[in-house]
Design a protein around this ligand. Structure first.
Ligand code: 4NP
Length: 153
């Protein structure tokens, strides 16, 4: 069975689609990677053009992704759920009803900085270089995630 990984942010147009594209690019095709938002404003929308652009510069195409909101089904559909920031983490944990569901949810930068609970900053209202910074954080975290996932298969 394919291992399934879900990336979660607030809008599902800036950080989590980028995380989805980056992690997918580091894994073989038998891994399934998806992303969602905790909010509903961007359902069906393409990623933010600044995320598409930075991904493109790194050879990753996320232009066809479409925004989706987190659903309770995602707890059973996915094996690993990575939240981009502490608020996303709290929001998803708040929807979990079992310990098994809660144990799937992790803060993505804890892969890089264990137990430090560092946020991937929301670049939506910031300058364009915020997307470059976010890209590098996610690239480093996804490198570790991919290495560990491939080890465990
Ligand atoms: P994201 O960024 O959570 O990284 O996709 C945001 C995108 C849109 C909004 C907030 C954050 N918004 O308020 O519409």
């Amino acid at each position: 069975m394919a291992v399934k990984i879900l990336m979660v942010c607030l809008g599902n147009i800036c950080r989590s689609p980028l995380a989805e594209g980056i992690l997918r690019s580091k894994l073989p095709e038998n891994f399934i990677v998806d992303s969602v938002g905790t909010g509903n404003w961007h359902i069906g929308h393409s990623p933010d053009p600044r995320s598409i652009k930075i991904a493109n510069q790194k050879g990753i195409d996320i232009s066809n992704l479409k925004g989706r909101q987190f659903s309770l089904h995602d707890f059973s559909d996915f094996d690993y759920i990575y939240a981009m920031d502490n608020q996303n983490y709290k929001d998803i944990i708040g929807l979990a009803t079992t310990e098994a569901q809660k144990s799937k949810v992790k803060l993505i930068l804890n892969e890089l900085f264990p137990n430090e609970n560092v946020d991937v900053p929301d670049p939506y209202f910031g300058l364009e270089n915020g997307f470059e910074k976010v890209y590098h954080m996610l690239d480093e975290a996804c490198e570790i995630i991919a290495k560990n996932l491939k080890k465990n298969v």
